[in-house]
Design a protein around this ligand. Structure first.
Ligand code: HEC
Length: 151
């Protein structure tokens, strides 16, 4: 029995390797939880940049750069979690996401382009650059929410 263990373990590992990316979510509820968590983390760090851009918080170049990096990382996470069948339950995702997947992808690409620019601006070391880049990024969030998220 002891001798067989490693073989069984190897089989398990290769099954994982063969599984498609979306199989990381065993159930639709897990995909929903995951994407909401990543949106909330992204929004938390995005909000800190917004507070600096609007003057509600003092400008801090180091904090701006760090928050922008976190936003850029978080911005990659929600999309693979819009798995088939995860339009039900505790979610505000509209079914249009799956009906018009190309348009949804465009909206997420657009946001990631804006976040790329925001990241450059956040590292410019002055609040004016941050102010210029923040608005269009926030607009790219809103554009997708208006179309693909329930109120
Ligand atoms: C391409 C579409 C799209 C873009 C772009 C987008 N979101 Fe969302 N967002 C959604 C959808 C869809 C949901 C609903 C997720 C759910 O309930 O399953 C959502 C949910 C959220 C939530 C609520 C999560 C919860 O716990 O219910 C927050 C906060 C959020 N988004 C923030 C942002 C911010 C900030 C940005 C921009 C930096 C952004 N989103 C960009 C589609 C998008």
């Amino acid at each position: 029995m002891k001798k067989m263990m490693p073989a069984a373990f190897t089989v398990c590992l290769s099954l994982f390797a063969l599984a498609p990316a979306h199989a990381q979510f065993a159930k639709p509820e897990e995909a929903v939880k995951y994407r909401k968590a990543s949106f909330n983390l992204m929004a938390a760090h995005f909000g800190r940049l917004g507070a600096m851009a609007s003057g509600k918080a003092p400008y801090d170049a180091k904090a701006a750069a760090e928050n922008a990096d976190l936003v850029a990382t978080m911005a990659k996470l929600p999309w693979p979690a819009f798995t088939e069948g995860s339009d039900k339950g505790e979610t505000r995702a509209k079914s249009e996401i799956w009906k018009d997947a190309a348009k949804f992808k465009d909206a997420s690409d657009k946001m990631q382009v804006e976040i790329g620019k925001l990241n450059v601006a956040a590292k410019a070391g002055n609040v004016d650059a941050l102010k210029v880049a923040f608005g269009p990024t926030a607009a790219s969030c809103k554009a997708c929410h208006d179309t693909f998220r329930k109120d």
